[in-house]
Design a binder for this molecule. Structure first.
Ligand SMILES: Nc1ncnc2c1ncn2[C@@H]1O[C@H](COP(=O)(O)OP(=O)(O)OP(=O)(O)O)[C@@H](O)[C@H]1O
Length: 242
């Protein structure tokens, strides 16, 4: 499931970069001096125990949370993310859970994503096929298994042809086989991916690099092989699961 490395290294400021991001909620420090780069075509994972700040980091990139300190750049240019402007920037996301429109069919749900991003509605079929859910196109999401609905949500994000895909706990609620298939799908993507996830097998299989947070602080950053053997990470988080 390992992703082929891009043929050339991206330029140093290409892609999304977080520079020394801090977030406070009143007296609570949710993120403390966190820097991270997601270059084009790479998959970067963010892991850590409950309350480590992973969702907050995701929300900073989506524009739901404004950092207290630090800055964000996209291709070296300052970026102030706003949720309603993400599509225009070429950024798509999936949410924890599913978040589909119950009153629309699978196809219509994905067509909404296409239209929102300014793409032809017909491109929805490609996204459905890519995510293996085209046979369910005319069904309503409510009657479909959870794993299928998650794939539809992924299709809705991919139909926007994003340069950067943000995945918030995509393995949540899936079984082992379904997680394996999700991993295959992620490794086949050509866009950059920022993955926030608890499921270590998936993270280790699909990520080019991983940032580990604990109490909002970066405690390690490296390739899956480096993270797996990092003593601080094993002690604080991975334990025997590594
Ligand atoms: N809107 C908020 N207001 C106040 N505190 C918050 C808010 N959002 C998050 N927090 C706190 O910030 C810290 C980091 O939370 P966050 O949800 O980012 O962690 P997480 O790593 O995603 O955890 P989990 O794995 O449980 O989802 C926690 O202590 C949380 O209680």
């Amino acid at each position: 499931m390992t992703r082929p490395a891009p043929a050339t290294d991206p330029a140093p400021d290409e892609g999304l970069s977080l520079h020394r991001i801090g977030v406070r909620f009143g007296g609570l420090v949710a993120l403390d001096d966190v820097s991270l780069r997601v270059p084009p075509g790479r998959t970067v994972g963010v892991i850590g125990p409950n309350g480590a700040g992973k969702t907050t980091l995701f929300n900073v990139v989506c524009g739901f949370v404004t950092p207290t300190s630090g800055r964000i750049t996209l291709d070296g240019r300052p970026l102030r993310p706003r949720p309603h402007r993400l599509a225009r920037l070429g950024i798509a996301r999936t949410l924890q859970g599913v978040g589909l429109f119950a009153g629309l069919t699978v196809l219509e749900n994905v067509m909404v994503g296409a239209e929102h991003a300014g793409h032809r509605p017909e491109s929805a079929w490609e996204a459905l096929e890519r995510c293996g859910v085209a046979p369910h196109a005319h069904a309503h999401p409510g009657g479909l298994p959870y794993a299928v609905r998650k794939r539809v949500a992924l299709a809705r994000a991919l139909v926007a042809q994003p340069r950067l895909l943000l995945l918030d706990e995509p393995a949540g609620g899936l079984g082992a086989d379904e997680i394996g298939e999700l991993g295959e799908l992620i490794t086949g993507l050509s866009c950059a991916v920022l993955l926030v996830e608890h499921h270590m097998d998936l993270v280790m299989a699909v990520c080019d690099e991983i940032l580990v947070l604990d109490f909002g602080k970066p405690v390690a950053h490296g390739t899956p092989a480096q993270i797996r053997t990092d003593e601080a990470v094993v002690d604080a988080y991975l334990g025997a699961a590594a």
